[in-house]
Design a protein around this ligand. Structure first.
Ligand code: GLC
Length: 517
């Protein structure tokens, strides 16, 4: 064979290899493109199913107001439980003395004490301690759960410093923030209707939770009286009202979500007790259980619900609150991984685990403003071992976070405007905002320092989701403004941080057996 033939042979072989490599690269590129295309399709389908345009939000607003009426008329009249709390007066600043609160309901458990100095001294000093709830207690027995609370409380009381003082003859009284649906029979008694969020302590359902905790406290030799059973929304309302007379509504956006507000006692047709002198009562709506056919429900919500601890319950909460948002995102990513292979040929097994993507991590990815979405890459790698994602795929992940967050935030906004509508403060009725003493009569009776006619309605907000997830907060505020239009200038939404703990202590003061002079 001549040299030229050899060269031609080598050349052909090289060209063939180059062609093969190029073909592999083209196939790879085509594959990536096809993956992205399928993932985009899944994304667009999800975005469309989650849409909350203004007309749809208005339907949710109306449904909320209608369901509120129905829930007040009869037990079981609506999925909204609309629970009377027996709270017919709210703190007004004149409270004095030393009070305690325990707060159970989210991921953390808190104990708190506060020294109140009346209108002049206000909050002289407060202290609190917080511990994460051992996960096994959320699924154990009621005895274990209440014993844990009592023990933490007793330890905290034992560490009371000298700067905290009981009034002469005053004994220690506590507000018990228990953030689950309870049917109250008095301000300081109530039976648990069902668990929500991640709790499932079956033998507690139907029990008087105040009596159960009181028994555990006494068994530890601790002398304390539970003066009030307080949902966290009610605590937030009380904490907000202590500083601002215009607070009428409180909303929690945290692990779970819920709202309470001040209602005219006459409107609570299902109320069979004596009408309170003030003519008012705080209603715990348990809006997490709200449902309406106007809610944009997707395959993700159906899956999440059917695999949850409480299927068929708390559908609104499952679309909105911190416990579930991350898991909604994860479920969309699972579909993209399975159907479009966006994370490689195998779906990482940890991605298949429920709640492996928590809302704080979702929020970090959503707020990633680096050009190559570093944070998204880091979270995917750390949680699921996913490496080498393209910026295109990361953008899709951010878009899933955005869609889920925006839907939740806008639905929460519709819920708030629904309450405003129910109490005539959404600007939809002539003089709605100024007629408040006719429509609700709340302000003057419930607070000593009311400023009638200020025309303002304040919504006190609390919860980690609202506080820490700024895109959620912004979407929510924007939707409230969109829905209220001009009337939004009369409504303000204010963070009342940790209001529920101090609010429970304030309610313990309002409903104490002994009131220091
Ligand atoms: C859940 C509880 C409710 C609570 C809310 C916020 O929805 O059922 O009582 O207020 O979470 O913590």
């Amino acid at each position: 064979m001549g040299q030229s033939k050899v060269l031609v042979g080598v050349y052909i072989a090289c060209a063939a290899a180059a062609c093969a490599t190029a073909a592999v690269a083209v196939t790879q590129r085509l594959k990536v493109r096809a993956q992205k295309c399928t993932a985009r399709k899944i994304l667009v389908e999800f975005q469309e199913a989650c849409e909350t345009p203004l007309p749809r939000l208005r339907q949710v607003v109306d449904a909320m107001a209608v369901e509120m009426h129905a829930g007040l008329v009869s037990e079981g009249g609506s999925k909204l439980k609309m629970l009377p709390t027996f709270i017919d007066r709210l703190p007004n600043g004149s409270e004095k003395g030393l009070y305690y609160a325990v707060d159970l309901g989210g991921t953390n458990f808190r104990v708190l004490r506060v020294q109140l100095g009346g209108l002049e001294g206000r909050v002289i000093k407060q202290e609190y301690e917080e511990v994460a709830i051992p996960p096994e207690l959320m699924l154990g027995t009621s005895e274990q759960l209440f014993h844990f609370i009592a023990k933490e409380l007793a330890g905290f009381v034992a560490r009371e410093g000298e700067e905290f003082r009981l009034g002469d003859g005053q004994s220690r009284e506590i507000g018990f923030t228990f953030s689950f649906p309870c049917k109250q029979t008095a301000v300081n008694s109530g039976t648990l209707l069902q668990w929500t969020k991640g709790f499932k302590v079956n033998d507690a359902i139907g029990q008087d939770v105040v009596a159960a905790l009181q028994k555990c406290i006494e068994r530890l030799g601790c002398k304390m009286r539970i003066a009030a059973l307080v949902n966290d929304t009610v605590g937030t309302l009380a904490g907000g009202r202590y500083w601002n007379n215009d607070v009428m509504i409180a909303v929690i956006l945290g692990t779970g979500t819920n709202a309470c507000y001040v209602e005219r006692a006459e409107s609570i047709s299902k109320w069979t007790g004596e009408l309170p002198k003030s003519g008012q009562m705080v209603i715990n709506m348990e809006w997490g259980n709200f449902w309406s056919s106007h809610l944009p429900r997707t395959y993700v919500d159906e899956l999440l619900d059917s695999e949850s601890l409480h299927p068929g319950e708390y559908g609104f909460e499952k679309m909105i609150s911190g416990m579930y948002l991350g898991d909604c995102v994860r479920r969309v990513l699972v579909r993209m991984a399975q159907e479009a292979g966006i994370f490689g040929p195998h779906v990482p097994h940890t991605l298949l685990e429920s709640f492996s993507l928590q809302t704080p991590e979702m929020s970090r990815m959503h707020h990633d403003d680096s050009s190559d979405l570093k944070v998204v890459a880091e979270v995917l790698k750390r949680l699921y071992g996913i490496q080498n994602t393209t910026v295109g795929i990361r953008k899709i992940v951010v878009a899933v976070c955005d869609t889920t967050c925006q839907r939740g935030a806008r639905l929460a906004a519709a819920g708030i405007v629904g309450i405003l509508k129910k109490i005539g403060r959404d600007g939809s009725t002539a003089n709605g905002l100024m007629r408040r003493n006719d429509t609700n009569g709340i302000h003057d009776e419930l607070s000593v320092n009311s400023t009638p006619g200020s025309g303002k309605t304040v919504v006190a907000m609390d919860g980690g989701l609202y506080e820490h997830y700024s895109k959620f907060r912004n979407y929510m505020q924007e939707a409230v403004r969109e829905l209220l239009g001009d009337a939004s200038k009369n409504v303000s939404i204010e963070l009342s941080k940790d209001g529920s703990g101090i609010g429970a202590a304030l309610l313990a003061a309002s409903y104490a057996e002994y009131v220091p002079s």
